[in-house]
Design a protein around this ligand. Structure first.
Ligand code: NAP
Ligand code: F7E
Length: 323
């Protein structure tokens, strides 16, 4: 089975590639051209996957790669995914995160509408939540240009499914993290920052809103749900979440306490990191995924924080030649 992953250089793309290779799939990863390679997350599997060049901004390149590979499944994980940047670059965010999904769907429609399609939808679509917990039926109220773009991509996926009878699904994934998470996202910022402080490489960590709460899970668990959605008889959308919520303050406390540090001595609030509009609280209900996909997360919040802190301590010691 051939699978094409857009966004393979990202956190989820790299874990999904690991997962699909274990399943015996032939994995193709789409990368965009850059002046320097940025393959850290996929270096360990470079000789087991095939990389192809295209860009979600460019319709012709999308048609070309899909026509050449003729995959059975396409996972559209590529996006401008960092929420604060979406206020600074709202048009780019719309082009990549919203219209990019249409370009992939159009390419599939033109080449072979039987190719299965997975769209990386997001709990950010729930934004200023209208009910707690959030399910597949909860109305959307996005709070950032990123969230708005993801709502567009979500509905265009539903629309292609209904208009052209395509096997196109959305996984509405709540926040999921790992040692491969980008350094700017809050979990990794905190685990990396705490590890730096423990090793004497920094003394403080500047943070924004500590009161926001998120439903955090482990990325390795969540990529399995993506694959499961494409193995079902019917194309349907699913909420994938841990069904637990913690504040950013609790995240900070957990990470610093893993290293016997008092977070209050090191965290400084920086108003510039507070967002123009915040998503205050997210909490998912994944009953449908439990029942129909048989999917359950295996890693608790505390275990996840410990995994990330340990990985960042190891990484920083290696980078700084500390025994
Ligand atoms: P990530 O680490 O930021 O990776 C994003 C990927 O998109 C990178 O491979 C990036 O390539 C690629 N990309 C960006 N613009 C592109 C373009 N114009 N053409 C082709 N590729 C492009 O994101 P992630 O955390 O793995 O998330 C994967 C997907 O799930 C994203 O769509 C994200 O919005 C969505 N999502 C994430 C979460 C979460 O908690 N992680 C939750 C819900 C949904 P470069 O390496 O070249 O920049
Ligand atoms: O922020 C607060 C911040 O940037 C989480 C993306 O993967 O998940 C991610 O979006 C919370 C927010 O993720 C800092 O205000 C406080 O309330 O880690 P984050 P996000 O915005 O939830 C969703 C599901 C996606 O789809 C996205 O692609 O933490 N916060 N202080 C901070 N956040 C950051 N980044 N940095 C801080 O200093």
């Amino acid at each position: 089975m051939k699978a094409l992953i857009t966004g393979i250089t990202g956190q989820d793309g790299s874990y999904l590639a690991d997962f699909l290779l274990d399943k015996g799939c032939e994995v193709f990863g789409m990368v965009r051209r850059s002046s320097t390679e940025n393959f850290e997350r996929i270096n360990h599997l470079r000789d087991r996957i095939t990389l192809v060049q295209a860009d979600l901004m460019d319709q012709v390149s999308m048609i070309k790669v899909i026509d050449e590979i003729r995959p059975a499944e396409v996972y559209n994980l590529a996006a401008m995914s960092f929420v604060p940047t979406s206020w600074d670059q709202p048009v780019l965010t719309g082009e990549v995160t919203a219209l990019g999904a249409t370009r992939v769907l159009e390419a599939i429609k033109v080449v072979d509408p039987k190719i299965k399609f997975y769209q990386a939808s997001s709990s950010e679509m729930f934004g200023k939540v209208v009910e707690v917990p959030q399910t597949e039926k909860t109305p959307f109220y996005p709070r950032s240009p990123y969230g708005v773009a993801k709502v567009y991509a979500h509905w265009i996926t539903v629309n292609y499914r209904e208009s052209y009878n395509m096997f196109a699904v959305s996984g509405i994934l709540f926040n999921h993290e790992s040692p491969r998470r980008g350094l700017e996202f809050v979990t990794r910022k905190v685990t990396y920052g705490a590890a730096k402080i423990k090793l004497g490489l920094a003394s403080e960590l500047r943070m924004g809103n500590l009161d926001a709460s998120r439903d955090w899970g482990y990325a390795k668990d969540y990529v399995q749900a993506m694959w499961l959605m494409l193995q079902q008889e019917k194309p349907l959308d699913y909420v994938i979440s841990s069904e637990r919520t913690h504040t950013v303050r609790q995240l900070v406390e957990a990470a610093f306490s893993c290293l016997d540090l008092d977070w209050k001595k090191h965290i400084k609030i920086d108003r510039r990191l507070v967002r123009p509009a915040e998503v205050d609280q997210l909490l998912g209900n994944s009953a449908k995924a439990h029942k129909e996909l048989g999917w359950y997360p295996t890693t608790s919040f505390e275990e996840l924080v410990r995994i990330m802190v340990d990985a960042d301590m190891k990484l920083l010691k290696k980078q700084n030649n500390i025994a």
